[in-house]
Design a protein around this ligand. Structure first.
Ligand code: GLY
Length: 377
């Protein structure tokens, strides 16, 4: 067990918009110590959801009270449906009603839905307000809270309306993972694996040894994995904030994954991280099929995913997604509508080995279909 006071600090280097990511155990209980110094005046608004409000909100509120920081709290419904125009409008109106000033700070306290929605509201309110991310899921701690992607979903797909708006601070407290269902932790773990696969072979080997422990709640290993993941993301975002190149590597498994999610209707049949896990296995299989990656690396990826309890295929596992009827045709249709299509071509993230991701538009759709069919049978 780690010393509960141990804290890791990383920086996302973006000139005057640079910010810290603070990772540790028990940070919520002393959140005011970190938040206070970035506030213009001792007043803030917390935006959260019903689940986080039930399990974690009293800790954050107590810390703010003890730190003499005045606050209001807005509690939204939990779930992906909250990332909508309707909730965006309601949230903006509520934030304005609370007489926030332009230089005040909004706190996004929750998982990816709350972070994306609140960050987007902050980016458009009064032509841009500051916000802090306090991510409470593994997925948001290693991915969505860092890098400034914000937005909502529309009938045309996920995250199609949004902005790049960097937070002023990210506070990731691993104790918030204690109240998450294991399936949620696992789904976040898929994004942790992603960092090993795209750029850090040693980290992937470390995960093969330690992944199960961190999923089971080992705080020291959780902090270590979140730190390594966020450091990788911070480097990529500093180099390519608006995703004109390298940042797209972070989409490993996402093109396949989004097609699977779209086919399932973006509900709990499959979580984003689970779809990404299957998508990453497919990306490695496709890389092998194209003669770009050793077969044993693709096998290692699938073996690890399955060994921790994530799905690596659309069928042949006992995962709930297997009960949904899918066809390669339908998945190909969804992929054609991916927002990463440029000049009619999809950009794929593939790998030449574990730890070496690369981007390409030169992928034969016949091979993509074969990979989908293999995963389905
Ligand atoms: N989640 C991918 C990115 O932030 O670019």
């Amino acid at each position: 067990m780690t010393n509960p006071q141990s804290v890791e600090t990383l920086s996302v280097e973006l000139g005057e918009r640079s910010y810290d990511i603070i990772i540790g155990s028990g940070l919520l209980d002393r959140a005011a110590d970190y938040i206070g110094p970035v506030l213009h005046r001792p007043r803030t608004i917390i935006v959260t959801d019903e689940n986080v409000a039930r399990h974690q909100l009293p800790r954050l509120e107590k810390s703010l009270r003890d730190g003499s920081i005045d606050f209001e709290t807005i509690v939204l419904p939990a779930g992906e449906a909250t990332k909508s125009f309707l909730q965006l409008e309601k949230l903006c109106e509520q934030l304005l009603e609370s007489r926030l000033e332009r230089r005040d700070m909004v706190i996004a306290f929750g998982g990816g839905v709350i972070g994306d929605l609140t960050g987007f509201a902050a980016s458009i309110l009064r032509r841009g307000m500051d916000f802090i991310q306090i991510p409470t899921t593994l997925l948001s701690q290693v991915d969505s809270s860092v890098g400034g992607k914000t937005g909502i979903n529309t009938a045309h797909g996920k995250n199609l309306v949004g902005s790049f708006h960097q937070p002023r601070l990210v506070l990731a407290d691993v104790t918030t993972l204690d109240t998450l269902p294991e399936r949620q932790v696992l789904a976040g773990y898929a994004e942790v694996v992603k960092y090993g696969l795209i750029g850090d072979r040693d980290f992937f080997s470390w995960l093969e040894q330690n992944g199960r422990d961190l999923i089971a709640g080992d705080r020291e290993k959780q902090v270590q994995a979140i730190k390594t993941s966020c450091a990788a993301k911070a480097r990529i975002v500093a180099e390519d904030e608006k995703e004109t190149g390298k940042r797209a590597l972070l989409n490993l498994g996402h093109t396949f994954g989004h097609a699977i999610e779209a086919e399932c209707g973006y509900n709990d049949t499959i979580f984003h991280g689970e779809a990404v896990a299957i998508g990453m296995a497919m990306a490695f299989d496709l890389s092998v099929k194209m003669g770009r990656c050793p077969e044993e690396d693709a096998a290692r990826v699938s073996t690890h995913l399955v060994s921790v309890g994530l799905p690596a295929r659309l069928s042949g596992t006992n995962h709930p997604v297997c009960t949904v009827t899918m066809t390669a045709d339908r998945l190909m249709e969804h992929m054609a509508q991916d927002k990463k299509v440029a000049d009619g071509k999809l950009t794929f993230v593939l790998a030449s080995e574990i730890g070496k991701g690369f981007l390409t538009q030169e992928v034969d759709p016949k091979l993509v279909r074969e990979i989908l069919e293999l995963s389905l049978c």
